[in-house]
Design a protein around this ligand. Structure first.
Ligand code: F0G
Length: 434
C-alpha cells in the first residue's frame, strides 16, 4: 500500500448539508448535495465525489444488503428491491488451477436484476426522487439499462435508455423492455450513446444515471464493504487483491473510495487495503494502455470490439478516479483475449457459477497475471463477477454444450446415450476449430 493514500478525514465546508457535500476531485470546489441537478464541477467540468464529515467504522453497520451500510451512504431510506448480500463463493478447483492461496468469487450476478448495477441504482434513483425529477436516462451496454428500468419503474418515474444497436445481449434488452423503459437504439457504440445522454442531461431533458453520477458510485462502494467484512469473518484477514472487469471504471473508483473512507475512519490499516486489479478485453483496453504506459490520462479508443459486450467501452469516464485507485493500492491492469474470457466462463460454470462474458474477464485476468508471476501464489484473491449468465444467453450457447435431438422413446434415448459420445467433446473440438 502506497503512503500516498490520504488518511485525513475531510472537514465539512459551509455548503455541506447534514455533514454531506459534493466535491470536485480536480479543483476541490464544493457544492451542496441536492440544491441543483449537477453531475460534474461547475468550474472545471471534472468528476464530483460525495464527501462526508463523519465516516463510519465496522460497528456502525447493521442489517443486510446495500442498506446495511447506510452509515456510509447519503440516506437510510431508499427505493430498494432489495439488493446486495451477494454470495462470496468458494471455488476449490479453480483456486488450485489458478495457483493462489485462496480464491473467492463475489457473484454480483445474484442481485435483483442480475448485475451489480442495482447497488448503484438504489442510491441513484433515490437521489432522483429527492431532486423531484420525472425522467431518468442512461446510456448502456445493457446492465445499467436493465437496472435503471427496474428501479425507475419502482419509483414511478419515466425511463429512457440509449443502447448501441446490435451490441447488447438479449437478456438485458428483454429486462429494459419489460420494466417499461423507452429503448432508443443508436447507430453507434456505447461511448457515443453516452455522449448523447450527457447532452440530453445538460439540456435538462432527463436525469442522468450513468456512473458519471457520483451518487451511483456510493451504492457500488458496498461491494467492497461486503467483500472485506465477509472475507475477514471467514478467514480472519482481508484479501490481498480484488480483481474486477473494467468498462467505465465505476466499480474500480467505488471500491477505492470505500477503502479510502475506511482508512480515514481508522477501520482499515493502509497496509490491509487490497490491490485493485482491473481487467479489460484486448479489443477495448484503454485503461490497461494507460497503466502500462504510466500515463496520467486515458486515451479514448474510437474502435472497440469484444464478445464481452458489457465492457465494450473505449472511453472509461471514471478513469480520473480509477487510475489513482489502481496505482495507490499497488494494483495493476491487464487485457485478456475473448478466447481466454470464454475459457474462464466455462471454468466458473464448472464450479456451478453462471456468469456473463464480461464477468469471466476477472478470472481470465487473474489467470494471466498468475501465469506471469505478477500475482503471487501466496495471495488471497477475490474475483468480482459482475453479471449473471442469463444476461447473455447467446454467449452461453456458444460456450456450452449443444442440445442433442433424440426420438420420443426411452429405448432410443438409451441407445443414443450409449451409441454416441456426448456433445461435449464435439463442441470443444468445434471451438478449437478441429
Ligand atoms: N461487468 C458488467 C457485467 C457490466 O455490465 C459492466 C458495465 C462492467 C463490468 C464494467 O463496470 O463500468 O464499473 O467498469 N456495464 C455498463 C452498462 C457500462 O451500461 O451496463 P465499470
Amino acid at each position: 500500500m502506497s503512503l500516498e493514500l490520504s488518511t485525513e478525514a475531510p472537514e465539512a465546508p459551509e455548503n455541506a448539508v447534514d455533514g454531506m457535500w459534493l466535491e470536485c476531485i480536480e479543483c476541490g470546489e464544493t457544492f451542496a448535495p441536492f440544491e441543483a441537478v449537477r453531475y460534474t464541477c461547475d468550474d472545471c467540468d471534472s468528476l464530483l465525489e460525495v464527501r462526508y464529515s463523519t465516516l463510519p467504522t465496522w460497528d456502525d453497520f447493521d442489517g443486510d444488503g446495500v442498506w446495511r451500510y447506510s452509515a456510509a451512504l447519503p440516506f437510510d431510506d431508499a427505493v430498494s428491491i432489495p439488493e446486495g448480500s451477494t454470495p462470496l463463493h468458494y471455488v476449490p478447483r479453480l483456486e488450485k488451477g489458478v495457483g493462489v492461496n485462496r480464491l473467492r468469487i463475489k457473484h454480483e450476478g445474484m442481485n435483483p436484476t442480475g448485475s451489480f448495477k442495482d447497488r448503484g441504482m438504489t442510491v441513484g434513483v433515490t437521489v432522483a426522487r429527492e431532486l423531484g425529477v420525472d425522467r431518468l436516462a442512461c446510456a448502456s451496454t445493457g446492465n445499467t439499462s436493465a437496472a435503471l428500468a427496474a428501479y425507475g419503474s419502482r419509483a414511478g418515474l419515466e425511463t429512457l435508455v440509449l443502447l448501441p444497436e446490435g451490441k447488447v445481449a438479449a437478456g438485458k434488452i428483454a429486462q429494459a423492455a419489460l420494466h417499461d423503459a423507452r429503448i432508443l437504439e443508436v447507430d453507434g457504440n456505447f461511448d457515443e450513446c453516452l455522449d448523447i445522454v450527457q447532452e440530453l442531461a445538460a439540456r435538462g431533458e432527463a436525469y442522468l444515471l450513468n456512473s458519471l453520477n457520483p451518487f451511483r458510485l456510493e451504492g457500488q462502494k458496498t461491494i467492497g464493504l461486503e467483500i472485506l467484512e465477509e472475507f475477514r469473518q471467514d478467514h480472519g484477514r482481508y484479501p490481498d487483491r480484488i480483481v474486477l472487469p473494467v468498462g467505465n471504471a465505476g466499480n474500480t473508483a467505488a471500491l477505492y473510495k470505500a477503502f479510502r473512507e475506511l482508512v480515514q475512519a481508522g477501520a482499515l490499516h493502509p497496509r490491509d487495503v487490497p490491490k485493485l486489479t482491473g481487467v479489460q478485453a484486448e479489443g477495448a483496453a484503454p485503461m490497461v494502455e494507460a497503466i502500462e504506459n504510466d500515463a496520467d490520462e486515458v486515451r479514448r479508443w474510437e474502435e472497440v470490439e469484444t464478445k464481452a459486450t458489457a465492457i465494450r467501452i473505449g472511453n472509461p469516464v471514471n478513469a480520473p478516479k480509477a487510475l489513482p485507485g489502481i496505482r495507490e493500492t499497488n494494483g495493476t491492469a491487464v487485457a485478456v483475449s475473448d478466447d481466454a474470457i470464454t475459457s474462464a466462463q466455462r471454468a466458473l460454470a464448472k464450479e456451478g457459477i453462471g456468469v456473463e462474458p464480461a464477468s469471466a474477464a476477472s478470472v481470465a485476468g487473474l489467470q494471466k497475471l498468475a501465469n506471469r508471476g505478477v500475482v503471487d501464489e501466496d495471495e488471497d484473491v477475490v474475483c468480482l463477477t459482475t453479471g449473471h449468465l442469463l444476461k447473455d444467453p447467446d454467449a452461453a450457447f456458444e460456450a456450452g454444450n449443444e442440445p442433442e435431438p433424440v426420438p420420443n422413446d426411452t429405448d432410443e434415448v438409451l441407445s443414443h446415450l450409449e451409441g454416441q459420445s456426448s456433445g461435449r467433446g464435439g463442441i470443444l473440438k468445434r471451438l478449437l476449430g478441429r
